[in-house]
Design a protein around this ligand. Structure first.
Ligand SMILES: Nc1nc2c(ncn2[C@@H]2O[C@H](COP(=O)(O)OP(=O)(O)O)[C@@H](O)[C@H]2O)c(=O)[nH]1
Ligand SMILES: [Mg+2]
Length: 351
């Protein structure tokens, strides 16, 4: 899961990046562990040789967006295209020491970047439609050009009205074509308003209202003070909870970022509890058992026979996998079984 931080210069992207990586960031790309007490408990009990938690990969290697209504550079678009999700960091703190390119206006900037994403997609759509116009095969129903044209014409109007592709209800076929073009406004998004340290416990009402509005449209959003979060991330893990609560916070930025990313991508977690490797895996909500098997290894999906499933809640009550099996808590499921958050899987397979 590649998460790209985007936003204007001095919005606080790199500071939030370091905070989210809990002070462990090396370079501009880093893995952040998804905090999960269930996984920790499984590892404690199974004591595997290797424990692999679920991770989210943060990218702070996308160049700054240019301010003052300038469009994104090709370099920006190229880098952002490769991401599964864009994390827009919005400057909401005032500082004499670190000036911003404009007056600090987080509501304007949050919308501004969104509009830029839409415009950059609109340009691609218009260019492609123009070229398709000259194509010979565009009139042949079912040809790739014909399908592209149908989808692009469908996208043009909402994009011209400023609606991001992610807000549209698309058919599966339309989604496939949209995915091929890696449109930026189609990417799931999370918004982080970077507020001042003094506001950390009580973010401004207007930002909280915007967060709510964004969340209701499928874009998780939160307020955090990146510098404060970076300081917290540098403390010993044991000292963090007390410091957080003294600041009026409940969880560190790293957890909030990861949760928002899971939420925006519609992810759940399943586990494999092997003695060699116990693993937590992120998976799209609604995925089948054979899809989950493919996440582990393509060969396991190919040779899929049945999935042995124990839910974490039953595992926890039983105390171990063996005990859960003995208590009749294992169910044998076929390829189409829909994986639930917290399922422990063992795939019977021919490989
Ligand atoms: N006062 C204050 N300064 C901040 C905050 N977040 C970032 N900064 C400072 O603003 C400057 C730019 O931040 P940086 O993370 O490098 O921004 P980027 O250009 O978006 O990566 C840095 O010197 C930070 O220390 C904040 O929440 N409060
Ligand atoms: Mg930076």
């Amino acid at each position: 899961m590649k998460v790209g931080l985007i936003g204007y210069n001095s919005a606080g992207k790199s500071t939030l990046y370091r905070a989210a990586a809990r002070g462990q960031a090396k370079g501009e790309v880093t893995a952040v562990v998804v905090p999960d007490e269930r996984f920790d408990a499984i590892v404690d009990q199974v004591k595997p040789k290797k424990a692999t938690p679920a991770t989210v990969i943060l990218h702070d290697d996308i160049e700054d967006a240019q301010g003052s209504g300038r469009t994104f550079s090709l370099k920006f678009i190229d880098a952002a295209k490769k991401m599964d999700l864009l994390l827009h960091v919005v400057r909401a703190f005032e500082s004499m020491t670190y000036p911003f390119h404009a007056t600090v206006d987080p509501l304007r900037d949050q919308e501004g970047i969104d509009v830029e994403l839409v415009l950059s997609d609109l340009q691609i759509v218009e260019n492609r439609l123009e070229r398709l116009h000259k194509s010979l095969s565009v009139k042949t129903p079912g040809s790739p050009d014909y399908l592209d044209k149908m989808v692009f014409e469908r996208l043009k109007e909402p994009l011209s009205d400023g609606t991001p592709i992610r807000a549209l209800e698309l058919t599966e076929d339309e989604q496939t074509i949209v995915k091929n073009y890696q449109f930026l406004s189609a990417k799931p998004m999370v918004v982080a308003f970077n507020i001042g340290e003094d506001e950390a416990a009580t973010p401004p009402e207007k930002l909280l209202a915007r967060c709510k509005e964004l969340a209701s449209k499928g874009t998780p959003a939160f307020c955090a003070s990146a510098t404060l979060e970076e300081e917290i991330a540098q403390l010993d893990a044991a000292d963090q909870p007390e410091f957080l609560s003294s600041m009026g916070l409940t969880e560190p930025a790293s957890s909030r970022v990861v949760k928002a990313v899971y939420d925006a991508l519609g992810l759940i977690t399943f586990f494999t509890a092997g003695e060699n490797d116990t693993h937590a895996w992120p998976l799209k909500k609604g995925s089948s058992a054979v899809k989950a098997a493919g996440t582990i290894h393509t060969d396991i999906a190919k040779g899929f026979i049945r999935a042995e499933i124990v839910h974490y809640n039953d595992y926890k009550i039983a105390g171990s996998l063996d005990a859960a099996y003995s208590a009749g808590k294992m169910s044998l499921e076929g390829k189409d079984y829909v994986i639930q958050d917290g399922d422990l899987l063992h795939i019977r397979n021919k490989s």
